[in-house]
Design a protein around this ligand. Structure first.
Ligand code: ZN
Length: 178
């Protein structure tokens, strides 16, 4: 009788970071699935998002940008420069104020445009271990959260532009292959 083979599946491998998907990749257009089971895959995804935030020096990133169609995002607060925070299944429950803020997106390289957003939001979410929390965000952090939640719904900021703004960006969007 053969001996069972001991497989060590926990050996960490040096893996190259996943690339950030860019428009018009169809995976950016999917509606991401809510997280229901909080296991190692979610903490790993959260870590990957946080690592990608630092690597790309950005203030927000959503799982679909890594090709993971789950409702998970990470934000680096700009106001108090505290540690970045992961939001799982985030839901804006209150919003107020309106402003046009210039936005950029790693998935739309070379494109910047002003988008109308709420200036203050209250959000309910859970963390990567499934513990619920609530947060109140203002200014750029609020804008960033709305931008990242859009990614979870398959929406890109250029979808929110006025017709004239889109016309002005038409050539650049085409250059991305759209
Ligand atoms: Zn984006």
């Amino acid at each position: 009788m053969a001996e069972p083979i001991a497989l060590d599946l926990d050996v960490p491998e040096a893996v190259d970071p996943r690339p950030i998907l860019t428009h018009p990749d169809p995976r950016l257009r999917l509606e991401a699935r809510p997280v229901e089971r909080f296991d190692g895959t979610i903490t790993a995804l959260a870590d990957e998002l946080l690592e990608a935030l630092v690597r790309t020096e950005s203030i927000g990133l959503a799982a679909p940008q890594l090709g993971e169609s789950r409702r998970v995002l990470a934000i680096q607060p700009t106001v108090d420069a505290s540690a970045p925070r992961v939001y799982v299944n985030p839901r804006i429950v209150e919003r107020s104020g309106l402003a046009f803020v210039e936005e950029r997106c790693l998935s739309l390289p070379g494109i910047a445009a002003s988008v109308r957003r709420s200036t203050d939001v209250r959000v309910e979410a859970v963390d990567a271990s499934g513990a619920p929390f609530e947060a109140t965000l203002g200014g750029l952090d609020a804008v960033c959260l709305q931008h990242e939640i859009d990614h979870l719904d398959g929406t890109l900021f250029v979808d929110r532009l006025l017709w004239l703004q889109r016309l002005a960006l038409r050539r650049r969007l085409r250059a991305l292959g759209a």
